[in-house]
Design a protein around this ligand. Sequence first.
Ligand SMILES: NC(=O)c1ccc[n+]([C@@H]2O[C@H](COP(=O)([O-])OP(=O)(O)OC[C@H]3O[C@@H](n4cnc5c(N)ncnc54)[C@H](O)[C@@H]3O)[C@@H](O)[C@H]2O)c1
Ligand SMILES: NC(=O)c1ccc[n+]([C@@H]2O[C@H](COP(=O)([O-])OP(=O)(O)OC[C@H]3O[C@@H](n4cnc5c(N)ncnc54)[C@H](O)[C@@H]3O)[C@@H](O)[C@H]2O)c1
Lengths: 207, 207
Amino acid sequence: EIPVATVSRLALYLRELQQLQRGATVHVRSQSLAERLGLKDSQVRRDLSCLGPVGQRGVGYPIADLIIAIERVLGTDRAWNVILVGAGNLGRALSGYKGFDQQGFRLVAVFDSDPNKIGSKVEEFPVQDLDTLEFFVANTQIDLAILAVPASAARSVASRLEAAGIAGILNFAPIAVQSSGSTTVQDVDLAIELQRLAFSVVRNQRP
Amino acid sequence: EIPVATVSRLALYLRELQQLQRGATVHVRSQSLAERLGLKDSQVRRDLSCLGPVGQRGVGYPIADLIIAIERVLGTDRAWNVILVGAGNLGRALSGYKGFDQQGFRLVAVFDSDPNKIGSKVEEFPVQDLDTLEFFVANTQIDLAILAVPASAARSVASRLEAAGIAGILNFAPIAVQSSGSTTVQDVDLAIELQRLAFSVVRNQRP
Ligand SMILES: NC(=O)c1ccc[n+]([C@@H]2O[C@H](COP(=O)([O-])OP(=O)(O)OC[C@H]3O[C@@H](n4cnc5c(N)ncnc54)[C@H](O)[C@@H]3O)[C@@H](O)[C@H]2O)c1
Ligand SMILES: NC(=O)c1ccc[n+]([C@@H]2O[C@H](COP(=O)([O-])OP(=O)(O)OC[C@H]3O[C@@H](n4cnc5c(N)ncnc54)[C@H](O)[C@@H]3O)[C@@H](O)[C@H]2O)c1
């Protein structure tokens, strides 16, 4: 049973390892990963040990093997089909983000409830009517949904997604949307990220 | 010394308390906060105890006092002036987000290095040339910067911001930008958020 904090760090190691692999590096020492991420070497070693034996034969860890092992733990060794609900400011930006695809998350459709947006295009996606959601999900394998709707609509849209059988929701609305039944919900609040930064700035400035 | 995980939860409580206050609620029990956020009551009580005595006289915590106490701990009982660097897809979405202002983070200027963007408008902000950054920061009290530039530019822009005296950077580029000197950097990687969600979905589906 891997703790969530370890999962976040494994995802960070994966990103660094992919970058090293693009640079044709074959091995990496835990110390070098630790330095690139501002972590302690002992933390990196402990985290990587939960991947099982990946070998450290004096030249460091084999990067390709680490990538495979981390992707297996994170579940990104397979493709995930994702839909986006909410084609507003944030939704439009997210729909064009190549970083999701690079980690195995393929955006396949965009939905909205605004008649002025339905039928328009966001990137290469036609904006579909939310009312066709159930029909679309029944006929296509959809794993996850990104929620970029106003806070006032987030819970009701989330329960529609759950009823349609979506396994996971990434919620950007600044309201707690609880996981229930068979749907896992994860909230991301960008204002809270700024609050955490403000706290760290104040703490680091104290004499 | 409050741990970072507690800080994130305090920010969540603050969001719920502000919502309750908008609904004219005056007191709240820790149990009710716990239920709204899917946390344990004992966790909420322990977190709120680090705010010092805020009273729990049988009717629950006084919401207005809790809000003041949490804002003081987070450092958001004052205004923070923020600049945005990168007026692309994500930058444009972030520049219009009202949620930052509601928590005391006021966007005051937008910068970019692309001649095609400089001089255009993003929301009510003129896109300024990054080359004028040092002059602007020298003449205006700027506390934080949001970094929405490509990964290839993130570290060099961050060191310019540090040299200009910015205290904190919220980095959205999918690359580790290390804090150094007097600048605190916090990375947000939205692809990593999806990876964490994928991990939770797989874990919750296991028999
Ligand atoms: N803009 C940002 O940078 C940003 C940052 C952080 C969080 N957020 C949050 O993300 C969400 C979206 O923000 P935005 O700036 O894109 O807002 P927006 O108003 O530009 O877009 C919201 C979209 O959701 C659609 N919508 C509303 N109700 C719906 C429903 N019931 N079903 C389907 N679609 C519906 C609207 O038609 C609109 O297209 C908000 O909750 C906001 O607080 C935005
Ligand atoms: N679009 C998204 O939803 C999203 C989501 C998560 C993370 N990100 C990350 O956020 C960053 C911005 O993404 P985007 O989609 O807005 O990209 P984009 O290409 O649309 O915008 C990037 C902007 O940065 C500017 N820029 C480039 N180099 C610069 C420099 N040295 N100084 C100042 N400005 C510079 C460009 O001119 C452009 O306007 C990227 O690192 C991306 O990986 C984007």
